[in-house]
Design a protein around this ligand. Structure first.
Ligand SMILES: *Cc1c(COP(=O)(O)O)cnc(C)c1O
Length: 369
């Protein structure tokens, strides 16, 4: 078994009772054979809609610059999250688990999880902060339509951080029957590695498609919440040292830009915390970036300098949101709009942006501003 360390980050900071479950998960994951990968590839093609295209913007990019979009917004359910959910649901099947629990913030991961549970015919329980349930009511209805049970979480800030704690608590109590389907490259080992592997299909396709278009991009830009779409696309270009990797955090949730080392939800990473190590509240207009932690591999990529991390404000993201809608006829997710905002002013000629999701879910939020 590997240690799951990325430099000084990662690992397993969990109660003793969870270690056997994490070991079972890791052993199951490593034992997967060719049949799993074939079934996954088939579902990626026929259910998710992969490969997603790369589209070159015609009016969005400023003079003298080319901006390409990796269209994860065209995936089934409207974002990259389904890549991970499908893979983990398949793994849960192989492990013989008939019940899946998940946490959700904006509801996007909850919808992706409820979707695959319907597809595989397994019980689905999604933990969601009651404040998020109020803000993201349409996604609550979607999950219920898909047959999932949505469990309100009523403590703390009533958002993603508490929902994650509750999902982990459920898993600890029901570990024999239950699979915990985590939504990003966070949590105890092996989750960051598992989710990275499932999302790296984005980067593999994008690298191949870039070469077909003529050459590798000068920079790859992605928004960073927990960090899964960013790691997914970065993974394809990590060895191409001429390609700059740029992660964009929400200014009010910059776990890498203004974070400090600490432990949250089972792993050591860079966190938004005060001087006593108390986790601070994140703030972003986009619920999907509103998380005080980040995947451990990003903290390591930051420290080694292989990737750089910058921020975008709510207003910058909103401006990029409107610009993409008006110049290309594509309504991006507010999360992805952070990446678009920095792509516009990045000093690079050919920029590839991970368009992690579509913005239909954000219309109410955008109109309210
Ligand atoms: C959830 C979400 C994100 C943030 O999650 P990561 O794990 O950082 O990718 C980004 N974009 C969209 C569209 C999302 O739904």
């Amino acid at each position: 078994m590997s240690t799951g360390l990325y430099g000084a980050y990662g690992g397993r900071y969990v109660p003793e009772t969870l270690i056997p479950a994490l070991e079972e998960l890791e052993a199951g994951w490593r034992a997967l054979g060719e049949d799993f990968h074939q079934e996954l590839a088939e579902l990626q093609r026929t259910y998710i809609g992969r490969p997603t295209p790369i589209y070159e913007t015609v009016r969005f990019a400023p003079e003298g610059k080319r901006i390409l979009l990796k269209r994860e917004d065209l995936c089934h359910t409207g974002a990259h999250k389904i890549n991970n959910a499908v893979g983990q649901a398949l793994l849960a099947q192989r492990l013989g688990k008939r019940r899946i629990v998940a946490e959700t913030g904006a509801g996007q991961h909850g919808v992706a999880t409820a979707t695959v549970c319907a597809r595989f015919g397994v019980e689905c329980v999604v933990y969601m902060g009651s404040e998020d349930m109020r803000r993201q009511a349409p996604n609550v209805e979607r999950m219920k339509l898909l047959g999932a049970e949505v469990q309100p979480v009523e403590f703390g800030t009533r958002t993603l951080k508490e929902a994650t704690s509750e999902a982990i608590r459920d898993w600890i109590s029901n570990v024999e029957t239950t699979y915990y389907l985590i939504g990003s490259v966070v949590g105890p080992h092996p989750y960051p590695e598992l989710v990275r592997e499932l999302q790296s299909v984005i980067g593999r396709e994008a690298r191949e498609q870039s070469l077909e278009l003529g050459r590798l991009p000068d920079a790859v830009v992605a928004c960073v919440g927990g960090g899964s779409n960013a790691i997914g696309i970065f993974a394809g270009f990590l060895d191409d040292t001429d390609v700059r990797l740029v992660g964009v955090e929400a200014e009010g949730a910059a776990s890498l830009g203004s974070g400090r080392p600490g432990v949250l939800h089972g792993a050591r990473s860079s966190l938004l915390a005060d001087e006593d190590g108390q986790i601070a509240d994140a703030h972003s207009i986009s619920a999907g970036l509103d998380y005080p932690g980040v995947g451990p591999e990003h903290a390591h990529l930051r420290d080694t300098g292989r990737a750089s991390y910058v921020t975008a404000t709510d207003d910058e993201a909103l401006a990029a949101f409107h610009r993409l809608a008006e110049t290309e006829g594509i309504i991006p997710a507010l999360e992805s709009s952070h990446a678009l905002a920095r792509a516009l002013d990045l000093d690079a000629e050919l920029v590839l942006v991970c368009l992690s999701g579509r913005g239909d879910k954000d219309l109410a939020e955008v109109l309210a501003h």
